[in-house]
Ligand binder design. Structure first.
Ligand SMILES: C[S@@+](CC[C@H](N)C(=O)[O-])C[C@H]1O[C@@H](n2cnc3c(N)ncnc32)[C@H](O)[C@@H]1O
Length: 342
């Protein structure tokens, strides 16, 4: 008789469709359950553990890729854009993919390797894009042909409750893209002064009730995402809003705290400063942003750089997703693309 212990049975979920992230095992294993993944995508949702790349054709058009080129994807994520870039720079091209996320980056590297992209065409470095110049120096490149960045969080980060990014699911109040650095959002809120939090809410997400929310949250010890949602809703001025507006307030607070915890704007400013020195003459950069604080910085850096003679050409206004992409992937709705040529 076979004495090998059998693996424990997977817990069944109640009802027709799995609701919890960890129960979505079919979506989390797209190679084995392609049909289920296809159905989720068709319904306009992002399967658990996946990220649907945004404005792909427009990003590729902005970068004007050609075989043999070398460039950087500063925000590798799931590797959706990277995969398309790699197919356009082959043969002879080389892509350097950066990301700060120690959980997702190895998975993406393995996925791209399994698609046949070896070390000669694809290298990945766990690094903040603020250090883009150092990464190029370390790899022995003076400058590259193109640089791409798709800012913010990936769907894998948002959708995994254990990362604490989402106000929709219960999880620890963490929100760090790199959990090995900095402090979790819960600790940050417990330490932050009221004036600083009000400025963060105002500057990072244009929150109209910044002062009132900051007075209630600053210095508070909250351990989970649900506690933060409840604390925001308990602010009397938020409680008086209709449900749609109060959800927007919750969304904006989560966004602002996430930006602060990950120091996203100082990284973006450093990246924008370093960009020109990393591109060859005629080299191109394309940046996808997801809210006004990001877009303002990119717009200013490109326009000011054009006036100063650093950029030869910059995009006229922003490129946004069309109605079809917004329908099939609602996460594309706030996206704005800008590009510049060295
Ligand atoms: C929107 S996702 C990119 C998705 C990707 N374009 C794709 O098609 O799958 C953004 C990624 O950038 C990473 N990221 C955010 N800030 C970063 C930074 N300062 N340096 C490096 N990576 C960063 C996040 O961890 C996340 O994986």
């Amino acid at each position: 008789m076979d004495e090998t212990p059998r693996p424990p049975r997977r817990k069944r979920y109640a009802g027709k469709n799995p609701r919890r992230f960890e129960e979505k095992y079919k979506e989390l294993d797209p190679e084995r359950f392609a049909e289920t993944v296809g159905k989720v995508l068709e319904s306009g949702k992002t399967p658990a553990g996946m990220h649907v790349p945004i404005l792909v054709a427009e990003c590729l058009e902005a970068l004007r890729l050609a075989p043999g080129q070398t460039g950087i994807d500063a925000t590798l994520g799931y590797g959706g854009h990277a995969q398309e870039i790699l197919s356009r720079i082959a043969p002879g091209g080389r892509l350097i993919g950066l990301d700060v996320d120690p959980t997702e980056q190895p998975k993406t590297e393995a996925r791209l390797r399994a698609l046949g992209h070896g070390e000669e065409s694809f290298v990945t470095v766990r690094s903040n894009y603020a250090a883009i110049r150092k990464v190029l120096d370390g790899l022995g490149f003076e400058a590259v042909d193109f640089i791409f960045a798709d800012l913010g969080c990936s769907s894998m980060q948002f959708d995994d409750p254990s990362r604490g990014f989402s106000f929709k699911t219960a999880g620890p109040l963490d929100m760090r893209m790199n959990p090995g650095r900095g402090i979790p959002a819960g600790e940050w809120l417990a330490k932050v002064k009221r004036e600083k939090l009000a400025a963060v809410l105002h500057d990072y997400s244009d929150e109209p009730l910044a002062e009132e929310i900051a007075a209630a949250l600053a210095g508070k010890r909250l351990s989970g995402t649900r506690d933060l949602v409840a604390a925001i809703r308990a602010v009397p001025e938020v409680g008086r809003l209709d449900p749609e507006r109060s959800e927007l307030a919750v969304r904006r607070v989560f966004q602002a705290v996430r930006i602060a915890v990950n120091e996203e704007f100082s990284s973006l400013d450093a990246f924008l400063r370093m960009l020109p020195s990393c591109l060859k003459p005629g080299g191109r950069v394309a940046v996808l942003t997801f809210h006004s604080g990001e877009d303002r910085r990119v717009k200013w850096a490109f326009q000011q750089g054009k006036r100063d003679g650093i950029w030869a050409e910059v995009s006229d206004g922003v490129i946004v997703a069309g109605p079809e992409e917004r329908r099939s992937n609602p996460r594309s709705t706030p996206a704005k693309l800008r590009w510049a040529v060295r």
